[in-house]
Design a protein around this ligand. Structure first.
Ligand code: NAD
Length: 481
């Protein structure tokens, strides 16, 4: 029997005012395993009111040091309850239990880091160009923050927003993807256990147009932190702009992963495989465009095929499995469509390319790790985000050629470069238009450093000292002496 959940508003569990629930499907078995409350604009109203009231209550009056201690306590509880959080998220999005487990433990560190930062945000005394006047700046919380997140890493991507937002003294209404709601309910329980006052953290589940849009347009929500796809991001940005909201967007990518002939090819091959096939390629930072220098092309492709052919697909809870199911049926169909598009465009599939069904593959929502060669950067398979385990390989001649191809795309989230030459490493990191450049590694992230996109990959940064400023207003105070 699927467990029926309730909304989390003002530290209470309440039924949705629509009186409706919808099913959350386990992507491996295809079973409806949880019933998710379908919130509507009336629920948005009560959650935002609770969050706004909390700004005036004990939370709003709490010292930054005490806020930081609460965040720290939450981090400890996340570590203690890591297994529960992991199982909920892995069941919802089909990601390997081992992958989600790592993310959950890492997520705790975001709360430690921003908890520590809470009382270290300082204004400045500004030298004046006028006599008898004293001027200083101070930072104040923005207010109620709406976080809107996708299905691929519900907990971690929510933590990227919630930890700095709360450290800065704001309150949050969190809206997870309709496909992956349960893990945020499990997180909400920990907010109560940690002792956060009512209204500081609220969870509304449901659909973009029914919950997301009323949240974005609500007059008491000044700040929206969105991670997701183009279409949703554009809508949120336009709606936000109409109401003069502060919006940050973490959107898609088609990140170039560039391998030079002087690289440590064995390490680079492992980096490329992790870069594209982790989480079945369903990550914004997937290194989905592989740029190979001509002289090493054939040898490197052989290395990739050798590693990819060892990957075991299957039940994401099993420790011997490296590739789990695709998170949703529409996403599975989209990936298979792109494989067909690539073949029609003339790309040559040298590995994978099929769906997997039958015994051990649950409801059959599996796509094999897939490698295409002879890809031209103008093809759709090179330009559009597949969000699946599909690697497109493009040849290049020299640095100039690699830079041209890498930047010839509307996205700019991340890039990888493998070389032993310091000159090449620095040249490429200077010239590539992307928010993150990894040299001789790929997919590294940390709470201590900013992450975000150039171009159509978004605006704003999450992580590091910069992120906390994204949730603060700067006030300039003038005092005549
Ligand atoms: P999505 O845009 O469909 O949904 C994301 C969230 O937005 C969901 O909670 C959804 O309900 C909500 N939403 C949708 N339409 C909305 C609207 N009109 N108003 C308000 N909210 C709305 O994205 P998805 O399919 O869940 O996730 C996949 C996408 O997320 C990919 O494009 C991927 O690249 C991107 N992503 C980006 C990052 C990053 O950090 N840059 C990280 C992970 C995923």
């Amino acid at each position: 029997m699927a467990q029926r959940y309730q909304l989390f508003i003002n530290n209470e569990w309440v039924d949705p005012l629509s009186g409706q629930w919808f099913d959350s499907l386990d992507p491996f078995s295809g079973e409806a395993w949880a019933q998710i409350p379908r919130a509507n604009k009336d629920d948005v109203e009560r959650a935002v009111e609770a969050a706004a009231a909390a700004m005036q209550g004990p939370w709003g009056k709490m010292s930054a040091t005490d806020r930081g201690l609460l965040l720290h306590k939450l981090g400890q509880l996340i570590e203690q309850h890591a297994e529960t959080l992991t199982l909920a998220e892995s069941r919802d999005n089909g990601k390997l239990k081992s992958e989600v487990g790592g993310q959950v433990r890492y997520m705790a560190k975001y709360f430690y880091y921003y908890g520590g930062l809470a009382d270290k945000v300082q204004g400045a005394v500004i030298p004046m160009d006028k006599p008898k006047v004293f001027n200083y700046t101070k930072y104040e919380p923005v207010g109620v923050v709406a976080t809107i997140t996708p299905w691929n890493s519900s907990l971690l991507l929510t933590a990227w927003k919630v930890a700095p937002a709360l450290a800065a003294g704001n309150t949050v209404v969190a809206k997870p993807s309709e496909h992956t709601s349960v893990s945020l309910f499990e997180l909400a329980r920990l907010f109560v256990e940690a002792g956060f006052p009512p209204g500081v953290f609220n969870v509304l589940t449901g659909f973009g147009h029914e919950v997301g849009e009323p949240l974005v347009t609500h007059p008491k929500v000044p700040r929206i932190a969105f991670t997701g796809g183009d279409e949703g991001g554009r809508k949120v940005n336009v709606l936000g702009a109409q109401h003069f909201k502060r919006v940050s967007l973490e959107l898609g990518g088609k990140s170039p992963h560039i391998i030079f002939d002087d690289a440590d090819l064995a390490r680079a091959a492992n980096g490329v495989i992790t870069g594209i096939f982790s989480a079945g390629g369903q990550t914004c930072m997937a290194g989905s465009r592989l740029l190979l220098q001509e002289s090493i092309h054939d040898e490197f492709v052989e290395r990739l095929v050798a590693i990819a052919s060892k990957a075991k697909l299957g039940d994401p809870t099993r420790s011997d499995v490296q590739v789990g199911p695709v998170a949703t049926r529409p996403q599975f169909e989209k990936i298979m469509d792109y494989i067909g598009i690539a073949k029609n465009e003339g790309a040559r599939c040298v590995f994978g390319g099929n769906a997997r069904t039958g015994e051990g593959f649950g409801c059959g929502q599996f796509v094999e790790p897939t490698i295409f060669v002879d890809v031209d950067n103008g093809m759709r398979i090179a330009q559009e985000e597949v969000f699946g385990p599909v690697l497109s390989i493009i040849r290049f001649k020299d640095e100039e050629d690699a830079i041209r191809i890498a930047n010839d795309i509307r996205f700019g989230l991340a890039a990888g470069v493998w070389t032993r030459s310091l000159h090449r490493a620095m040249l490429m990191s200077d010239k590539i238009k992307a928010g993150t450049v990894w040299v001789n590694n790929y997919r590294s992230t940390s709470f201590t450093t900013p992450f975000g996109g150039y171009k159509d990959s978004g605006m704003g940064r999450e992580g590091g000292m910069e992120a906390i400023k994204e949730y603060l207003e700067t006030k300039s105070v003038w005092i005549s002496t």
